[in-house]
Design a protein around this ligand. Structure first.
Ligand code: GAR
Length: 203
């Protein structure tokens, strides 16, 4: 059974999607540990309600990255829990060398746009403001950049003429909650391999 570790900063609805799929027996994985850089993250409560070990780990003084010491502590905690795959689920910091070296090619992120369009913050709002007709969400392998890395799965979401940021984000979230567990399932079934910079999914 693939042991996964989840990193959150807030609501944790993608964490919940993973919890629900594991519980339903549709995802052959065990969520071994949830870590948060925010002690108030609602996702910590979701994990506790599902009897999953979860805790806040201090992120260090910077807002956009973990300090090197914090990153080492996050990596140690995941290693001690036997984690094989790390899933960023609304973790709002850029991952650096400490975690990347500890889990090479084994960190996933979900992002609310069709990457490489609209990386960074409030990607659904960026898409709405730009006026694109379609946006969506992307699961990708994490590299040192902001929302870059080989793409595993994407889902397309239409932008409606009367969309507000909230209505568009709701539609994107529904697709996120479908493709994130699906991407983890591909990993659990060893169906993802890298061909240069491209991730290839095998049958
Ligand atoms: C999700 O929409 C995820 O795609 C986004 O944060 C949200 C977290 O929601 N992540 C990023 O923007 C990363 N750049 P959740 O806490 O309810 O899962």
């Amino acid at each position: 059974m693939l042991k996964i570790g989840v990193l959150i900063s807030g609501n944790g609805s993608n964490l919940q999607a993973l919890i629900d799929e594991v519980k339903a027996g549709r995802l052959p994985a065990e969520i071994a540990l949830v870590l948060s850089d925010n002690p108030e993250a609602y996702g910590l409560k979701r994990a506790a309600a599902a009897a999953i070990p979860a805790r806040f780990l201090p992120p260090g003084p910077k807002r956009t990255v973990l300090s090197p010491e914090a990153e080492a502590a996050y990596a140690d905690a995941f290693k001690q829990a036997g984690v094989e795959l790390v899933c960023l689920a609304g973790f709002m910091r850029v991952i650096k060398a400490g975690l990347l070296a500890a889990f090479p090619g084994r960190i996933l992120n979900i992002h609310p746009s069709l990457l490489p369009s609209f990386p960074g913050l409030a990607a659904w709002k960026q898409a709405l403001d730009y006026g694109v007709r379609y946006t969506g969400c992307t699961v990708h392998l994490v590299e040192a950049g902001v929302d870059t890395g080989p793409i595993i799965l994407q889902a397309v979401v239409p932008v409606e003429a009367n969309d507000t940021p909230e209505t568009l984000l709701n539609r994107i979230h529904r697709e996120e909650h479908r493709i994130y567990p699906e991407a983890v399932r591909l990993f659990a079934e060893s169906r993802v391999r890298l061909d240069g910079r491209r991730a290839v999914v095998t049958d």
